[in-house]
Design a binder for this molecule. Structure first.
Ligand code: 5RP
Length: 236
């Protein structure tokens, strides 16, 4: 087994392999987070060398980065169907089910990934888990009725045998974190989620829930970097 490597290097490694999947003329979804950022930076180098692609960013943060690198950007209104989205994840299992939203961009990330022919997840090996749930599940909610929505989340989770504290995510200044869409994030520390599909369906029935960070049946492949290289996982 190879020597232990800095996670930042591993993220760049996975991002570099992902770049090999980009072809001239592609319409790309650009993810959010430090691993997606590594990809966008590498993509920016290729664009500076003459690669012609166009991207839809999944957050204002990624849009700012892409603009600074002169990567041409568009919207899903102008390009409703994308070829490929490259994005990170907070957790992924061997069925390519993901938890996302650690960076608070899950709603736009899910819209963009779902509008793409393929989504490739880039991650270091620490993100690969046997079972989802050690990472608290981000649930994006509208501010109106927050208390009632949180009670409803607890109640549907309880029916699935899940229990654990919910917390409203805070920004660095101590105020509530607001997503690019002006919503709140409730982080649900349920622990192991035995049935992610059932939890996903139940959460989406709660009126105040806009989306949640479970990505099921969306990722087509994952590039996972560890000290020995980059493993390619493909969906069944
Ligand atoms: O879902 C996300 C942002 O909403 C990110 O993809 C996820 O948080 C992983 O981030 P990082 O690559 O920094 O570990």
């Amino acid at each position: 087994m190879g020597a232990k490597r800095d996670p930042a290097e591993l993220k760049i490694e996975a991002a570099r392999v992902a770049l090999g999947h980009v072809e001239p003329g592609m319409q790309l979804g650009l993810g959010t987070g430090s691993t997606a950022e590594a990809f966008v930076r590498l993509l920016g180098e290729r664009v500076a060398e003459g690669l012609s692609v166009i991207g839809v960013p999944t957050s204002e943060r990624t849009a700012d980065l892409a603009r600074s690198l002169h990567i041409p950007l568009t919207t899903l209104d102008d390009h409703p169907r994308l070829d490929l989205t490259i994005d990170g994840a907070d957790e992924l299992d061997d069925e390519l089910r993901l938890i996302k939203g650690g960076g608070g961009a899950l709603l736009r990330e899910k819209i963009v990934a779902t509008a793409s022919e393929r989504m490739i997840v880039v991650a270091d090996a620490s993100k690969r888990v046997k079972s989802l749930g050690a990472f608290p599940l981000p649930v994006e909610v509208v501010p109106f009725g927050l208390g009632a929505t949180m009670r409803a989340i607890e109640s549907v989770a309880g029916r699935l045998g899940l229990d654990g504290p919910l917390s409203v995510r805070q920004a660095a200044d101590g105020r509530a974190f607001l997503t690019d869409g002006g919503h709140l994030i409730v982080d649900a520390a349920f622990g192991r989620i035995p049935d992610p599909e059932a939890l996903s369906d139940s959460l989406l029935h709660i009126p105040g829930v806009v989306e949640h960070g479970l990505f099921i049946g969306i990722a087509s492949a994952a590039l996972i970097a560890d000290a020995d290289g980059v493993i390619h996982l493909a969906s069944a």
